[in-house]
Design a protein. Sequence first.
Length: 680
Amino acid sequence: MEEIQFIVSKLNEPPFSLNMQLVDFDEKSPLELLQILNDVFSEMDSQMKMDVRDEPEEARANRMMMFLAMLKFKIPDESRDTFTEGLMYGEKTVVYPILHWVLQRLPALQKRAYLARYLMPIEVPADFLQDETLSDIYARYKEMQNEFKAVHKTVDQLRASDLKPGELKAEITQLEDERKQLADKIERLKRQVASEEGFEAMLAATSRLRQEQEEEAKLAERAREQRFQLHQAEARAADAGRRLAALKDGAASQNAESMLRQLEAEVAALARRSDVVLAGELSDARRRLQELEAARLEPQKTREDVDQLEAEVEHAQAECQELREAVEQALKQRGDQNLIMSRHAAALAAKKLAAKEEEMERLQGERQRVAAEIEEHEGKASAAEGPNREEMKSFADQLRAKTAQYRALKKELGELRAESVVLHRTEQVLKARDQNLDDFLRQLETKKGVRGYRETHETLVKASEQAQMVDAEKGETLDEISEIVRKITQQLKEKKGELAPQIKQLRDTRKEYKEVEGEYLKKRSVYEKVAVGLEVEKQELETACTEKQDGCLQEESRYHYLQCLKHIAEATLDKVRQEEKYQKGEGRLLPEIQTFQDLYKNKEQQQKNMANQLRKRQKEIKENEGSYMKQRAQFANLKKLLDIKLNAKKAQASAKSGLDMFGNDASDFGSANVMTLDQP
């Protein structure tokens, strides 16, 4: 029932909109059910749209079976013939499951039907593929199928993407405007330099330079990646070597239990590393990825934006230089050399303090790493059952080296702390000499019109230091790139020498290829002319054949229709002839009935008698309606009374005592007649 309700609800929705009720759908004839099924199929494939009454039963069943097979509808092999026969005659047990399955998956099946129109494989016998023409056509057919798959996949991805058409149009419009601006700018530059000599050579040289720079950047990036991969590979190799040596030593001096404990310790160390180190690296990578994603989503900077930013930077640098000169001039006019010396001493002390703090952080990190290694070695030592003499000696050497390194680092840390105390004391002395130094400098800057000079100076100092670091890194990178370029140039020369004979052979092969291609084009032209003529002739024959086939099908359908009418007329004629014989007394229709006329009169008389009886019964019911209703009400009241007595009896049986809520004996029913059943 739920299946039928689902089918009717789906058929009442667009695009079908049949507006049916369950009763209407249940009363549909087999031919009408087949027409509904065909209409559903035609919604998925327009080629299925037709009137099922104009089609022979077998052809209609075969067409629908092929369409269901294309939709991947599962038909049991053992009942395939029964299913086909049921589909041919429109049986509900066959049509209902098909409609339910199709309407459940209508959007997906629409897509499948659309794709099947272009992707259904065409079975071509292997003998036919021996022909070059058919083989080429079949190969081209496969290529076009693959191309259709790629295009359809791209379209689905675009439909599923979050990009909106309005945003895409706006972006395309913006890009078109930028392209026009660039084209206009290029045209203006071309007109400006058209009269200059050697411009084409210079343009070609700059183009080659740009290409080489891009190639150089790509090579540098590739070299950086390969160096990183090399470091990783070396680290993995060293780790594997250490593990191999440990396993070899362990196999010689340990039993299975101690090796298992050692492996458990290694697993614990790797787990700590994955939870701490790798988690930190993963978070850094994700943060970097988010920064890059945010940078990618920002609008692209044009050359005008870059020029504007450079101009702003130059203007800010000029203002800083003016402020610096004004402050120095003010200090010279004031003539306070102690203040200048104190400032320089404080700046140097702060710089030295920052350097020492960085060094201390590095040493603390080194100390933590050494502590982790010691913990790892202790774990391995505790996992091992009993180290041999060589292992103990090696471990003692390592321990002495680590102890010496630890003492040296501890001594350096003490010196750094002592120096930090001295610097802190120096800072306090300088502040004590002039407690209001910051206020004095702010007032002086405000008075001279150079407010914020110190902050700007500190920013410039930091910027210059960062610029020096960047320049140093750039210098190292340029040296590496120069070495890589030199190696690549050397390799290119070697490869050119190796490729010279092959290039010569390639030129000879190209000449032969051109000759063969010319001959091929001539023969292909002749072939195409013949193929076009044959194709036109084939299409004409196919058109004529299709017309004849359609006419044949129409005549065959009309023949079957006339045959049905003929059989009906013959059956009617036989019935009339039998009636004439029965009326002449040459036989009887039934033992009690002579002719069809008597049979129909008998049936008519039976129906009349039944109608008279029903009328009498209706009249009797109408006359006695009042007494019947009164009797029904009495029986209803009696039933209520019996229900109340039954409930009271149940309450009496379930109570623990024989008294009701008023303290009376519940077994005393007054003068009422009560029937009780004694328990056996």
